[in-house]
Design a protein around this ligand. Sequence first.
Ligand SMILES: O=C(O)C(=O)C[C@]1(C(=O)O)C=C[C@@H](O)C=C1
Length: 276
Amino acid sequence: MKVAYLGPIGSYSYEAARRFFGEEREKLIACETIDDVFETIEENRAEFGVVPVENSIEGSVSTTLDYLLKSQVYIVKEIVLKVEHYLSAREEKKQILTIASHPQAFSQCHDYLRKNFKQAKLIQVSSTSYAARMCAEGEVDAAICSSFAARQNNLKILAGPINHDNNYTRFFIISKNANFEKGEKNKTSIIFSTYDKPGSLYKILAIFNLYDLNLTKIESRPAKTNLGEYVFFVDIDGFVDDEDVSDALKVVQRKSTFYKLLGSYSVICSDSDNKN
Ligand SMILES: O=C(O)C(=O)C[C@]1(C(=O)O)C=C[C@@H](O)C=C1
C-alpha cells in the first residue's frame, strides 16, 4: 500500500501521514505539490493521499478544495493536527535577511514576523520541510518549520512556537475508492450549487434545518464557469448512512443544480505537536 503526501519528510502533511499510516518510509511517497498528491492517486501510483484542507488561523487551502471539485477522489478520513512552527537556522548569530516557508505557515506566524522581521524577505516555497532543506543548503538564512524538520536538517531552533495560538490544521485522507468507514465522530462533505434566484441558498439550508443536521462548515468557491457563479462546500456532522443524513442529502441533491458527495469519514484529533 502506498500513501502520497506533500513532502519532503518533515512536513506537517508527513506528520499526519505518519500518525495514521505508521513509520514505514517505503510506504510514503513524497510529492512536490498538493496537485501532485491528487495526480498520484488518480494515476493509481498510490492508494491513499494526505492533503491539508483547512487551518484554524488562515482558513481553507484553496488548492485542495479546487481539486476536490474537479477530481474523482473521495475523502475517507480527517486528521486534525496541532501545528507549532519554529524559526530555524544553520547558525545562531547570523543576521536573518531571508526566511523561507509555506504561505500558510507565514500567515500563521504573521504577528511574530511583523514584530521581529519586518525587513526580512519572505520566500514562499511548496512546504515547510522544503524550506528547512533550503535553509540547510544555504539558500536562505532561516526557515519556518516544525521542530522535527529542523532536526532532520540539522538546523538550530532560534525561536518558537512562533505561530498564533490555537493553530490547528485539518488534513484529509483521500482515495479513489469510496470506502467510507464509520467511526466515533463522523462527518460528511458535499459540494452543491443552486439557482441564481432569491432564496435559493436559504431553501437548501432549510433542508439541513428540517433534518436537524449540524453544519460544521460552509464555504463558497468560484464555480470556474462565469464570474459570480459559485459552488458551496458543506461539511455536516453525521455519517452518510445515518437515516437523517441520507434523507436530507437526497432532497439537497434534488434541489441543487450541481451536487457531489465528497466523502463520509471519521475524524481523528491529535493534540500533541510533532516533536518526535
Ligand atoms: O508545509 C507543510 O508542512 C504542509 O504540510 C502544508 C501546510 C498547509 O498547506 O497548510 C500544512 C500544515 C500547516 O498549516 C502549514 C502548511
